[in-house]
Design a protein around this ligand. Sequence first.
Ligand code: PMP
Ligand code: GLN
Length: 380
Amino acid sequence: LTARLQGFGTTIFTEMTRLAIQFGAVNLGQGFPNFDGPDFIKEAAIAAIRAGANQYSRMSGLPELNRAIAAHQQRFYDLSYDPDSEVTVYSGATEAICATLQALCDTGDEVVLFEPFYDSYRASVTMAGAVPKVVTLHAPDFAYRPEELEAVITPKTRAILLNTPHNPTGKVFTRSELEHIASLCQRFDLIAITDEVYEHLVYEGSHVPLATLPGMRERTVLISSSGKTFSFTGWKVGHTCAPPALSAAIRCAHQFVTFCTATPFQHALAKAFVADDAFFTGLVAEYRARRDRLCHGLRELGFGVLAPAGAYFVMTDIRPLGYADDVEFCRMLPEQVGVAAIPPSSFYERPANGRHLVRWAFCKTDDVLDEGLRRLQKLP
Ligand code: PMP
Ligand code: GLN
């Protein structure tokens, strides 16, 4: 293993899902739905395979999918992107993040991350030869302190990587926070990389893409993924929207990482992005009910519930139940209680900031949420 990757170990998702399988636990850890997305999308993928759409697609994405993504950005955010020169399709948001950092960061450049962060960020920044500079989202409300963000910006800062709605906290960045971040990007000539994979899962307030703020479209790489919105995380199809020069740079990396993404899934998702409004409003309503169900149950059990405004995870404080260490708690849970969760300290550069928290996923059907909650009554 190279020096660059020393210390990254095995991702916490792999570890916790392995324990969940080993002990037959209810998996409220790794964030994937235990249900499929809509039949019309599945049928479109099957039809594409039957119709012979089984060879490489265009490197930057199947033209119909790029057009559908551009139409989606226009429809929901009034953001206009040219499908051919400004929209690019990848094998998941994970690849989009990695390719973006490979393309835009030189050795020694600094990238600002907010902790807790999705675990691929720090690894992708490091693999690009860049250096993560971490600003804390402070529990329990996960606000950042403006002076702490300003303090990490140096002449070497190249980009700020922002995730809203946020995994693992469920925070939805407010317009005033976004305005502050936008002003810093402009003042210090930084690129904003925004991970918006949970854009359609917002329960309080609304999702504001940073690119919609004045002066930001031209310096923002907007990243999203169809895995979350359409409940097909295993299809691994993500995208970026960015001005032509940034898109061209990122494509330069993408063409050597995967070149292109599975063709039949792109055909199916071209139909998904233009789904009617009822699909999107129905999605939020279903997830809001799941969020409320899990939050209520965890509260009844005595956890300190930090109710999320977005995404499909809830963070809880384990101290009211007498626990102090998230990793110990989550390693004990599958075997002793039959439930799996995620210890968020692995999403922190300073793990002490997350030791008292545990993340639970609610992208699960009611029977699974209820069974998980029932088993948690046996907590030692
Ligand atoms: N960003 C965040 C914040 C995520 O939670 C995830 C999914 N776990 C991803 C990116 C990766 O998305 P994809 O599966 O499309 O690679
Ligand atoms: N995004 C999912 C989560 O946060 C997991 C993705 C993965 O396993 N890499 O749980």
